[in-house]
Write a protein that binds this ligand. Structure first.
Ligand code: ZN
Length: 300
Protein backbone atom coordinates (compact mmCIF):
# COMPACT_ATOMS: atom_id res chain seq x y z
CA UNK A 1 0.00 0.00 0.00
CA UNK A 2 1.47 3.40 -1.01
CA UNK A 3 1.84 6.05 1.63
CA UNK A 4 -0.78 8.23 -0.16
CA UNK A 5 -3.36 5.45 -0.30
CA UNK A 6 -2.61 4.60 3.34
CA UNK A 7 -3.23 8.24 4.31
CA UNK A 8 -6.51 8.37 2.36
CA UNK A 9 -7.69 5.13 3.98
CA UNK A 10 -6.73 6.40 7.40
CA UNK A 11 -8.60 9.66 6.72
CA UNK A 12 -11.73 7.73 5.65
CA UNK A 13 -11.56 5.57 8.77
CA UNK A 14 -11.21 8.68 10.93
CA UNK A 15 -14.19 10.28 9.22
CA UNK A 16 -16.34 7.19 9.69
CA UNK A 17 -15.28 7.00 13.35
CA UNK A 18 -16.13 10.66 13.73
CA UNK A 19 -19.60 10.27 12.17
CA UNK A 20 -20.42 7.12 14.13
CA UNK A 21 -19.05 8.71 17.31
CA UNK A 22 -21.11 11.85 16.82
CA UNK A 23 -24.29 9.88 16.16
CA UNK A 24 -23.81 8.00 19.40
CA UNK A 25 -22.85 11.03 21.48
CA UNK A 26 -25.13 12.03 24.36
CA UNK A 27 -25.93 15.39 22.79
CA UNK A 28 -27.05 13.98 19.42
CA UNK A 29 -30.23 15.59 18.17
CA UNK A 30 -32.02 17.29 15.31
CA UNK A 31 -30.59 15.93 12.02
CA UNK A 32 -31.43 12.28 12.66
CA UNK A 33 -35.02 11.20 13.30
CA UNK A 34 -35.97 11.60 16.98
CA UNK A 35 -35.98 8.41 19.03
CA UNK A 36 -39.23 9.40 20.74
CA UNK A 37 -42.60 10.46 19.33
CA UNK A 38 -44.73 13.26 20.76
CA UNK A 39 -48.52 13.36 20.39
CA UNK A 40 -51.20 15.70 21.70
CA UNK A 41 -54.61 14.08 22.17
CA UNK A 42 -57.18 15.98 20.16
CA UNK A 43 -54.48 17.58 18.00
CA UNK A 44 -55.08 21.07 19.41
CA UNK A 45 -55.60 22.96 22.64
CA UNK A 46 -58.32 25.51 23.33
CA UNK A 47 -57.64 28.71 25.23
CA UNK A 48 -58.22 28.00 28.93
CA UNK A 49 -58.11 24.23 28.55
CA UNK A 50 -55.84 21.33 29.38
CA UNK A 51 -54.73 18.56 27.04
CA UNK A 52 -52.91 15.25 27.31
CA UNK A 53 -49.45 14.98 25.73
CA UNK A 54 -47.95 11.53 25.27
CA UNK A 55 -44.30 10.70 24.59
CA UNK A 56 -43.34 7.19 23.51
CA UNK A 57 -39.92 5.67 22.86
CA UNK A 58 -37.45 3.01 23.91
CA UNK A 59 -35.28 3.52 26.99
CA UNK A 60 -36.75 6.84 28.15
CA UNK A 61 -35.49 7.91 31.59
CA UNK A 62 -37.14 11.30 31.95
CA UNK A 63 -39.30 13.75 29.98
CA UNK A 64 -39.97 17.43 30.54
CA UNK A 65 -41.33 20.13 28.30
CA UNK A 66 -41.36 23.88 28.03
CA UNK A 67 -44.52 25.59 26.84
CA UNK A 68 -45.23 29.31 27.03
CA UNK A 69 -42.38 29.75 29.50
CA UNK A 70 -43.75 27.08 31.86
CA UNK A 71 -42.01 23.80 32.67
CA UNK A 72 -44.20 20.67 32.49
CA UNK A 73 -43.31 17.33 34.01
CA UNK A 74 -44.12 14.02 32.34
CA UNK A 75 -44.95 10.86 34.27
CA UNK A 76 -44.60 7.17 33.29
CA UNK A 77 -48.00 5.60 32.60
CA UNK A 78 -47.75 2.07 31.23
CA UNK A 79 -45.50 2.16 28.15
CA UNK A 80 -45.73 5.93 27.71
CA UNK A 81 -44.88 9.20 29.38
CA UNK A 82 -47.82 11.53 29.97
CA UNK A 83 -48.16 15.21 30.84
CA UNK A 84 -51.15 17.47 31.20
CA UNK A 85 -50.49 20.59 29.16
CA UNK A 86 -52.45 23.78 29.72
CA UNK A 87 -53.15 27.05 27.92
CA UNK A 88 -54.15 30.25 29.66
CA UNK A 89 -57.39 31.96 28.61
CA UNK A 90 -55.32 34.80 27.13
CA UNK A 91 -53.04 32.52 25.06
CA UNK A 92 -52.66 33.74 21.48
CA UNK A 93 -54.65 31.82 18.87
CA UNK A 94 -51.82 30.41 16.76
CA UNK A 95 -49.45 27.45 16.55
CA UNK A 96 -47.12 27.52 19.55
CA UNK A 97 -43.98 25.41 20.08
CA UNK A 98 -43.83 22.76 22.78
CA UNK A 99 -40.17 21.99 23.49
CA UNK A 100 -40.00 18.40 24.70
CA UNK A 101 -36.75 17.33 26.37
CA UNK A 102 -36.20 13.56 26.54
CA UNK A 103 -33.41 11.93 28.49
CA UNK A 104 -32.58 8.26 27.85
CA UNK A 105 -31.27 5.52 30.13
CA UNK A 106 -28.14 5.22 27.93
CA UNK A 107 -27.20 8.80 28.72
CA UNK A 108 -28.37 10.26 25.42
CA UNK A 109 -30.80 13.14 25.30
CA UNK A 110 -32.74 15.00 22.65
CA UNK A 111 -35.05 17.94 22.26
CA UNK A 112 -38.14 17.56 20.10
CA UNK A 113 -40.23 20.52 19.01
CA UNK A 114 -43.94 19.79 18.65
CA UNK A 115 -46.24 22.52 17.40
CA UNK A 116 -49.46 22.94 19.42
CA UNK A 117 -52.30 24.74 17.64
CA UNK A 118 -54.23 26.99 20.04
CA UNK A 119 -57.92 27.40 19.28
CA UNK A 120 -60.32 30.17 20.22
CA UNK A 121 -61.96 29.68 23.63
CA UNK A 122 -65.04 31.77 22.86
CA UNK A 123 -65.68 32.74 26.49
CA UNK A 124 -68.47 35.08 27.50
CA UNK A 125 -68.37 38.62 28.82
CA UNK A 126 -70.54 39.82 31.63
CA UNK A 127 -71.10 42.56 34.14
CA UNK A 128 -71.30 42.26 37.93
CA UNK A 129 -72.45 44.95 40.38
CA UNK A 130 -71.10 44.48 43.89
CA UNK A 131 -72.72 46.09 46.93
CA UNK A 132 -70.70 48.81 48.70
CA UNK A 133 -69.50 46.48 51.43
CA UNK A 134 -67.66 44.34 48.86
CA UNK A 135 -66.03 47.21 46.94
CA UNK A 136 -62.62 46.77 48.71
CA UNK A 137 -62.48 43.34 47.01
CA UNK A 138 -62.13 45.06 43.63
CA UNK A 139 -58.82 46.64 44.66
CA UNK A 140 -56.20 45.33 42.17
CA UNK A 141 -53.72 44.95 45.02
CA UNK A 142 -56.05 42.59 46.88
CA UNK A 143 -56.57 40.62 43.67
CA UNK A 144 -52.89 40.50 42.74
CA UNK A 145 -51.95 39.36 46.21
CA UNK A 146 -54.42 36.46 46.13
CA UNK A 147 -53.52 35.61 42.52
CA UNK A 148 -49.83 35.43 43.44
CA UNK A 149 -50.49 33.29 46.51
CA UNK A 150 -52.57 30.87 44.44
CA UNK A 151 -50.10 30.82 41.53
CA UNK A 152 -47.26 29.87 43.89
CA UNK A 153 -49.23 26.88 45.13
CA UNK A 154 -50.83 25.55 41.94
CA UNK A 155 -47.58 25.95 39.97
CA UNK A 156 -46.04 23.04 41.88
CA UNK A 157 -45.99 19.49 40.50
CA UNK A 158 -46.54 16.55 42.83
CA UNK A 159 -44.99 13.52 41.07
CA UNK A 160 -47.64 11.04 42.25
CA UNK A 161 -51.09 10.85 40.65
CA UNK A 162 -53.57 10.58 43.51
CA UNK A 163 -56.70 10.27 41.42
CA UNK A 164 -57.89 7.16 39.63
CA UNK A 165 -60.55 7.28 36.96
CA UNK A 166 -61.76 10.73 36.11
CA UNK A 167 -63.00 13.71 38.08
CA UNK A 168 -66.60 14.26 39.14
CA UNK A 169 -68.18 17.69 39.22
CA UNK A 170 -68.92 18.52 42.85
CA UNK A 171 -72.61 19.27 43.40
CA UNK A 172 -73.78 19.49 39.78
CA UNK A 173 -76.56 22.04 39.54
CA UNK A 174 -77.72 25.12 37.71
CA UNK A 175 -74.74 26.95 36.26
CA UNK A 176 -74.78 30.62 37.17
CA UNK A 177 -71.29 31.52 35.97
CA UNK A 178 -69.09 29.97 33.29
CA UNK A 179 -65.32 29.60 33.35
CA UNK A 180 -63.29 32.09 31.33
CA UNK A 181 -65.92 34.84 31.34
CA UNK A 182 -64.46 38.32 31.41
CA UNK A 183 -66.48 40.25 33.94
CA UNK A 184 -66.75 44.01 34.29
CA UNK A 185 -67.25 44.75 37.99
CA UNK A 186 -69.11 47.94 38.93
CA UNK A 187 -68.22 49.50 35.57
CA UNK A 188 -64.60 49.71 36.72
CA UNK A 189 -62.58 46.51 36.88
CA UNK A 190 -62.19 43.58 34.50
CA UNK A 191 -61.48 40.17 35.98
CA UNK A 192 -61.50 36.79 34.27
CA UNK A 193 -63.57 34.11 35.96
CA UNK A 194 -61.27 31.27 37.05
CA UNK A 195 -63.90 28.62 37.73
CA UNK A 196 -67.43 27.35 37.30
CA UNK A 197 -70.29 28.68 39.45
CA UNK A 198 -73.27 26.54 40.39
CA UNK A 199 -76.17 27.80 42.47
CA UNK A 200 -76.95 25.98 45.70
CA UNK A 201 -78.52 26.78 49.03
CA UNK A 202 -76.17 27.81 51.80
CA UNK A 203 -74.96 24.87 53.89
CA UNK A 204 -75.04 22.28 51.08
CA UNK A 205 -72.34 19.61 51.60
CA UNK A 206 -69.60 20.13 49.00
CA UNK A 207 -67.77 17.03 47.79
CA UNK A 208 -64.23 16.41 46.52
CA UNK A 209 -63.99 16.04 42.74
CA UNK A 210 -61.33 13.33 43.03
CA UNK A 211 -58.85 11.74 45.45
CA UNK A 212 -56.17 14.04 46.73
CA UNK A 213 -54.54 15.84 49.61
CA UNK A 214 -55.85 19.08 51.08
CA UNK A 215 -53.20 21.72 50.50
CA UNK A 216 -55.11 24.80 51.65
CA UNK A 217 -58.07 25.30 53.97
CA UNK A 218 -58.49 28.93 54.98
CA UNK A 219 -60.32 32.20 54.41
CA UNK A 220 -59.16 34.31 51.44
CA UNK A 221 -60.37 37.83 50.52
CA UNK A 222 -61.80 36.98 47.06
CA UNK A 223 -62.48 33.25 47.32
CA UNK A 224 -63.81 33.51 50.85
CA UNK A 225 -63.73 30.34 52.91
CA UNK A 226 -61.77 28.07 50.64
CA UNK A 227 -60.45 24.54 50.25
CA UNK A 228 -57.80 23.53 47.71
CA UNK A 229 -56.98 19.89 46.93
CA UNK A 230 -53.74 18.68 45.34
CA UNK A 231 -54.53 15.74 43.04
CA UNK A 232 -50.93 15.21 41.90
CA UNK A 233 -49.30 15.64 38.48
CA UNK A 234 -49.80 19.42 38.77
CA UNK A 235 -53.62 19.17 39.04
CA UNK A 236 -55.51 21.06 41.77
CA UNK A 237 -59.19 21.70 42.46
CA UNK A 238 -60.53 24.57 44.56
CA UNK A 239 -63.86 25.13 46.30
CA UNK A 240 -64.72 28.76 47.11
CA UNK A 241 -67.25 30.92 48.98
CA UNK A 242 -67.90 28.14 51.53
CA UNK A 243 -69.59 28.85 54.80
CA UNK A 244 -67.60 26.14 56.57
CA UNK A 245 -64.42 24.13 55.99
CA UNK A 246 -64.49 20.49 57.16
CA UNK A 247 -60.91 19.49 56.27
CA UNK A 248 -57.44 20.60 57.28
CA UNK A 249 -54.21 21.00 55.26
CA UNK A 250 -52.38 17.70 54.83
CA UNK A 251 -55.57 15.64 55.09
CA UNK A 252 -56.18 12.94 52.49
CA UNK A 253 -59.61 12.96 50.86
CA UNK A 254 -61.41 10.55 48.56
CA UNK A 255 -63.62 11.42 45.63
CA UNK A 256 -67.07 12.27 47.01
CA UNK A 257 -65.90 13.08 50.54
CA UNK A 258 -67.57 16.15 52.05
CA UNK A 259 -64.90 18.83 52.44
CA UNK A 260 -67.06 21.80 53.44
CA UNK A 261 -70.45 23.47 53.31
CA UNK A 262 -71.39 25.87 50.53
CA UNK A 263 -71.98 29.53 51.28
CA UNK A 264 -71.66 33.12 50.19
CA UNK A 265 -68.30 34.27 51.61
CA UNK A 266 -65.65 36.37 49.84
CA UNK A 267 -66.49 38.21 46.61
CA UNK A 268 -69.87 36.61 46.10
CA UNK A 269 -73.31 38.09 45.59
CA UNK A 270 -75.39 35.03 46.41
CA UNK A 271 -75.05 31.46 47.71
CA UNK A 272 -73.18 29.36 45.16
CA UNK A 273 -70.17 27.10 44.77
CA UNK A 274 -67.22 28.36 42.77
CA UNK A 275 -65.32 25.26 41.63
CA UNK A 276 -61.99 25.74 39.93
CA UNK A 277 -59.34 23.47 38.44
CA UNK A 278 -55.68 24.33 37.87
CA UNK A 279 -53.36 22.33 35.62
CA UNK A 280 -49.65 23.12 35.36
CA UNK A 281 -50.16 26.44 37.15
CA UNK A 282 -53.02 27.56 34.87
CA UNK A 283 -56.74 27.79 35.69
CA UNK A 284 -58.59 25.73 33.11
CA UNK A 285 -62.21 25.10 32.16
CA UNK A 286 -63.49 22.58 34.76
CA UNK A 287 -66.21 21.27 32.42
CA UNK A 288 -63.69 20.49 29.68
CA UNK A 289 -61.30 19.02 32.24
CA UNK A 290 -63.93 16.52 33.41
CA UNK A 291 -63.65 14.81 30.04
CA UNK A 292 -59.87 14.48 30.17
CA UNK A 293 -59.83 11.84 32.91
CA UNK A 294 -61.53 9.47 30.55
CA UNK A 295 -58.93 10.11 27.88
CA UNK A 296 -56.09 9.59 30.35
CA UNK A 297 -57.41 6.24 31.47
CA UNK A 298 -57.92 4.99 27.94
CA UNK A 299 -55.78 2.04 26.87
CA UNK A 300 -52.13 3.00 26.53
ZN1 ZN B 1 -67.00 31.89 40.48
Amino acid sequence: MSQRLFCATLLSLLLIALIVGTAGAPSARAQSAPRATVALAGQWLRQGQAGVVTVRGEGIADVRALFQGRLYHFYPEGSRYVALLSAEVATEVKDLPLQVMVRYTDGASEQIEHMVPINWGNYARGTVMLPGALLPLLDPEVNNSEDTKMANIVGRFTPARYWTGGFIQPNPGDIVGYFGATRLYNDSYWYTHSGLDTAMPEGTPVTAAANGRVILSEALPIRGTYVLIDHGWGVYSGYAHLTQRLVVPGQWVHQGDVIGLSGNTGRSTGPHLHWEVAVGGVWVDPQAFLELGLTLDAAS
